[in-house]
Design a protein around this ligand. Structure first.
Ligand code: BES
Ligand code: MN
Ligand code: ZN
Length: 498
């Protein structure tokens, strides 16, 4: 997508469509006021008749307004002016784009601003404009036959700004947002693909393709024999019941020679049936999304590589399928992890931590500055936080705060959850160094505490995205989260944010 900025009045730009907004109580946004004036009060008249309103997300498409160069104006409701924030901007702008998604519009000018949102300047206007465009443009077609839904022919998106100085900030935001959208696309596509297509081998091939197509990115894939030699018996215990070969995918991006890397580790369970501790039937199909941690860290790699950020980033993805069979791992089995610690597997459905612990141990070889794992780890996390916030756990309050703050500014929010001795004590086992499950209460935290046993001495954080990685119901699909949060954190780490 091509982005441009403009300081000229919305009414004077000859684009296919201009998007303007109106708040509740008939308060027109800057561009809407300009359109209203140029058209001799057309918007104010429509407000009076109720054809347009400030109701958040409500859209009206107006054609051929007098005095307006663009043949189409979308007026979108922005809600209460005092409540307007980035989340509402995304909702409103997304609704406006969807209102014209069936048209032949090739260029759109975004006349909405964030000047009524504290803390969000022109950079974030550019960012979220581009991210919203990416969101609306994404279509899943890979496993549909017949006539595919037409792709929006949108080519060029403009962003209205107040000054030249704002223009360069908005342009930078749009560049970053476009790269984040590209990362989210990769994340969504991997997440949405069914498990019979998106196998560990498919994830590995996707990572290798990304490495071929992006400068300074390499990819190495370890097979089961190599993992066995490394002593990754915890990881391998999860794949025992399936014919799909497990893969350990290692991507490296080098953008800052000599600096310690940041390592992102993503849970890549391409299907989680629970194994011998079989899950109940309802919604089990959604366990194809159990590789969304992997998808998000690979997506973030795409974002970083597209922007060629001055940073070193490694991505480690343990990719496996968790199925029951006659040779699957059984409850009560004891395995030795790569760290040397032994684990009593009391529940084969707590498999994410079994693959992550070996991947985290493997990450030590990079002498990392920071390690962040991302996983659809526990149903308990969904109970704790719902579908709105990613759980952020870390023994380092600084790292935890930085990640939560990155979630706020990218509007891909997280929430801090604790780690502690009390929960860790639930993992005591009579037969091994630890068990892989504790009790049901606080299950997301116990899972974090399990991982903490493998990250001693590392600057490490754990993100549980079980509630945020995908949505269920009619709109079922991967969300692309937490690519924006991770990207924001990395942009901040290399000083690329304003
Ligand atoms: N992948 C699931 C977690 C999950 C469940 C994510 C539902 C999103 C929606 C994970 O592997 C799992 O099965 N966890 C168990 C852990 C339990 C056995 C301690 C869970 O949450 O029930
Ligand atoms: Mn499971
Ligand atoms: Zn799982």
């Amino acid at each position: 997508m091509e982005y441009f900025t403009t300081t000229s009045a919305a009414s004077r730009r000859a684009v296919d469509c201009v998007i303007v907004g109106t708040y509740e109580r008939n308060r027109l946004g800057t561009a809407a006021a300009d359109i209203d004036k140029a058209s001799g009060g057309a918007l104010k008249r429509l407000l009076k008749t109720g054809d347009i309103s400030g109701q958040l997300g409500r859209c009206a498409v107006l054609n051929d307004l007098d005095g307006v160069k663009a043949p189409r104006v979308v007026v979108v409701g922005l809600g209460k002016i005092s409540a307007f924030d980035i989340g509402r901007f995304r909702k409103a702008f997304g609704a406006a784009l969807r209102a014209i998604s069936h048209t032949r519009c090739r260029q759109v000018l975004n006349g909405l601003t964030l000047e009524d949102v504290s803390g969000a300047g022109p950079y974030y206007l550019g960012r979220h404009t581009a991210q919203a465009v990416g969101d609306v443009m994404y279509r899943f077609t890979a496993t549909k036959s017949g006539k595919k839904p037409p792709q929006m022919p949108l080519r060029k998106v403009g962003i209205s700004v107040a000054s030249r100085a704002d223009a360069s900030k908005a342009a930078k935001g749009a560049t970053h947002g476009d790269a984040i959208a590209a990362g989210m696309d990769v994340c969504k596509e991997l997440g949405n693909l069914p498990a019979n297509v998106c196998t560990p081998s498919h994830v590995a091939r996707t990572a290798q393709k990304i490495a071929r197509e992006n400068r300074n990115v390499t990819c190495k894939v370890l097979n089961e024999a190599e993992m066995k030699r490394l002593g990754m018996h915890s990881l391998l215990s999860v794949t025992a019941g399936t014919k799909e070969p497990a893969k350990l995918i290692v991507m490296q991006y080098k953008g800052k020679p000599g600096q310690k890397p940041i390592v992102l580790v993503g849970k890549g369970v391409t299907f989680d049936s629970g194994g011998i501790s079989l899950k109940p039937g309802p919604a089990m199909d959604e366990m194809k999304f159990d590789m969304c941690g992997a998808a998000s860290v690979i997506g973030t790699m795409v974002t970083v590589a597209k922007l060629q950020l001055p940073i070193n980033l490694n991505v480690v993805v343990p990719a496996v399928e968790n199925l029951p069979s006659g040779i699957a791992t059984k409850p009560g089995d004891v395995v030795k992890s790569m760290s040397g610690q032994t684990i009593e597997i009391l529940n084969t459905d707590a498999e994410g931590r079994l693959i992550l612990c070996d991947a985290l141990t493997y990450s030590r070889r990079f002498k990392p500055d920071t390690v962040i794992d991302v996983a659809t780890l526990t149903g308990a996390c969904v109970i704790a936080l719902g579908h709105y916030r990613t759980a952020v756990m870390s023994p380092s309050a600084d790292l935890q705060n930085d990640i939560v703050a990155a979630g706020v500014s990218s509007d891909d929010r997280g929430w801090p959850m604790p780690l502690g001795e009390e929960w860790a004590a639930e993992l005591k086992s009579n037969f091994a160094d630890m068990a892989n499950v504790g009790g049901r209460p606080g299950g997301a935290i116990t899972a974090g505490c399990f991982l903490a046993k493998f990250t001693d001495g590392l600057n490490w954080a754990h993100l549980d995205i079980a509630g945020t990685a995908w949505v269920s119901g009619k709109q079922k699909g991967a969300t692309g989260r937490p690519v924006p949060m991770l990207s924001e954190y990395l942009l901040g780490r290399c000083g690329a944010l304003p």
